[in-house]
Design a protein around this ligand. Sequence first.
Ligand SMILES: NC(=O)c1ccc[n+]([C@@H]2O[C@H](COP(=O)([O-])OP(=O)(O)OC[C@H]3O[C@@H](n4cnc5c(N)ncnc54)[C@H](OP(=O)(O)O)[C@@H]3O)[C@@H](O)[C@H]2O)c1
Length: 512
Amino acid sequence: MDESKTKENEGRSTRPPATILVIFGASGDLTSRKLIPGLCNLAEDDYLPENFIVIGSSRSKLSDDDFRAKVYEGVKKYSRRPISPAVWEKFAKRLHYQPCDGEKVGDVEALKGRMEALAAEQPGVRFNYVYYLAMAPQFFGPIASNLKEVGLIEPYAKGARQTSVVVEKPFGHDLESARELNTIIRQSLAEEQIYRIDHYLGKETVQNILVFRFANGIFEPLWNRKYVDHIQISVCEDIGIGTRAAYFDQNGILRDIVQNHVLQMLALLCIEPPNSLSDADSIRDEKAKVLRSIKRMTPEEVRANTVRAQYTKGTVGGEPAVGYLEENGVAPDSKTDSYVALKLEIDNWRWSGVPIYIRAGKRLPKRITEITIFFNKAPDSLFKGRQVGELEHNVLSIQVQPKEGMSLRISSKPPGPRMRVRPVEMDFTYDSSFGVASPEAYERLLLDVMKGDATLFTRNDEIEESWDLLAPIFKEWESSNPPPVYEYEAGTWGPVEADQLINSTKDSWRKL
Ligand SMILES: NC(=O)c1ccc[n+]([C@@H]2O[C@H](COP(=O)([O-])OP(=O)(O)OC[C@H]3O[C@@H](n4cnc5c(N)ncnc54)[C@H](OP(=O)(O)O)[C@@H]3O)[C@@H](O)[C@H]2O)c1
């Protein structure tokens, strides 16, 4: 079949219904860096709704044309591929701007007028409403409440206009604030209308965990405590905190990366087979169960199983880097973690006794996110006395970024007369296997929210479980007699104490 026709058909069948997408925080970084480039890539693939209106909104006074020019700069700079002039031209006609302080009900009323006027240009079309809150969480409650007050949120019901609100991270600072935020937004919205975004879930490799586990016969029987020795999840960044000091120093890497992205990936990796892949709650129920099953630490366990650290000055990628405490905007006596290593355990039938090691840090030698499963070693009795050395783990690694793909390490005999054993890697990357680069996570997630599919968004109870399981760690770290904040030189793989944490069980961090 003609390839362009296949693409066309695919585009049609996956097109969401008529939608007005309102982006609050439209003058901000996320809109220019991710949201508009993501929408343009969807336009390039012909995935957008036939009837589609985007309204950017923030307090800045911009005209439609100012806004289009501003975000087009972002498209040129950040889009994963060039957007053709014809696609941009068509998309730009659907793009509008309405100045609006979301905290002022009068401004939201004016926004409503604009939405109605734009919808009236396409008579007979009933538009769903998607509100993307690309701004700090303190605005979520007031904006949701104002939208409801002016009648821009229809109650959740079958047959009603679909109204969805996407909220960005951070969702709370701890368990209490996350509960409070949930309570506030739930006053205006049903849980089904709230899409808490965790962009890691939109990444192809993360979604592929489900296909990999449940569409292959060979892995699922091994996916348990009998065959898995341990699991590692690494989220390594080479950058420092850049211009985000004000936010980062109040939060740290455990809150910024582990509470959301790492725990979501871990939950997906370790779920029981869900009832269905096509209803959002089947998968989310299973993820919530995993998060609930992760052992909560005692104060002694926090000291034994967690390591936090800050980078000192060093060299990253050949460039000098200042230490964390010297970064602009960081308090000179800050105890904030720019690196964390943890040992967790999922205390359920499938995973009990399997150590899960997590590390996340800034100013490490390179940017890489990887999930790695180490399978039990084979007994070496057949190879004793043959100078083959100790047999190694079979290792399955799932690379989430920067290059999405998977590899499986197996032992093999190198050619030659001697019986020797060497590890070899079988690799698969998206580019080479499918001939196309993966779409950006935001593309998939924007499309899903327009279709009303919440599978890849985080439910209220998952967020609260994640905060709950980290609560004992924060409590101990913030106690009057806290464990030390260790140091590591910028450009190295973290503090020696993190190596000791994993070495205590004879394992070691995977070389990345
Ligand atoms: N940037 C990223 O790559 C990224 C990645 C992941 C998550 N996030 C999350 O996404 C959210 C937005 O991040 P960002 O980097 O885009 O922040 P940002 O650049 O500071 O933008 C915030 C936006 O909110 C607008 N705003 C503030 N108060 C408002 C109000 N009362 N009513 C309407 N608009 C208002 C601001 O514009 P005006 O001043 O013109 O109103 C601005 O457009 C944050 O929660 C962040 O944690 C960002």
